[in-house]
Design a protein around this ligand. Sequence first.
Ligand SMILES: [Mg+2]
Length: 272
Amino acid sequence: MIKSKINLSFLSIAILFCIKSEAEINLESLMAVLYSQTSGEIKATFVQTYNTAEDLLDIAIEDKNWDAVLESERRSERTPAIILDVDETVLDNTPFNARSIMNNTNYPEGWDKWIYEEKATLIPGVKDFLLTAQEKGVKIFYVTNRRTVYEEATKNNIIKLGLPFDNDVDVLLTRGENGWGSSKASRRSHVSEKHRVIMMFGDNLNDFFDLPEKANYVTRKDSVLKHENMWGSKWFMLANPVYGHWEQSIYGFELLDEASKTKAKLENIRTN
Ligand SMILES: [Mg+2]
């Protein structure tokens, strides 16, 4: 009896030390990570996006003028292709964000470890859509701002999930490869030379078109309707409440400490 009491006290102390108090944890992205990981609602938005795109595949393949790339020179005789961003468009990395919360760390700490584990899971709806597109003769390209050093691990992760990944040409275009910077415009042009890109998918406006450097969120929001005819037919946006340029634009793309970020957030909500 005494022995079991002692064991129980040890257990209680161990639990106390394991569970960090809320004050020790960075909770800024807790709701966003929970929404991404637990809500049927976000899953429905992903599935409806990829279902809508799938319904348009035949029309887009058939129509030789159907071109999703603004930078395209619209050459004739190109094979149809699709461009997708990778993170939070194809791969779900929210366990990394959950770790950041629990470890009280911030990106990029732990990001490389997460990538090398090759354990990211699928964004719902993407696999069925891409397999159908591939069957119809559409080439699949992944255009990511993951750096070139992560190319092999990213490729492995994509292949493990059973997604299309051709080997005849480079279908995973990373940041830093061939002198490509973080703007994806040059990579869109590159793919467009030999392929008619019929659709693009992303979770960031920059996955579709270039914005002025450090554009504030007013400019970013205004730019959406400048391309009104693209959304839902040639361009498909996936919701990412956890991170993105939408958040950085609130801070003027400055690296702020957590208290300054909270202050900027509060200053930028509307009450009317
Ligand atoms: Mg992304």
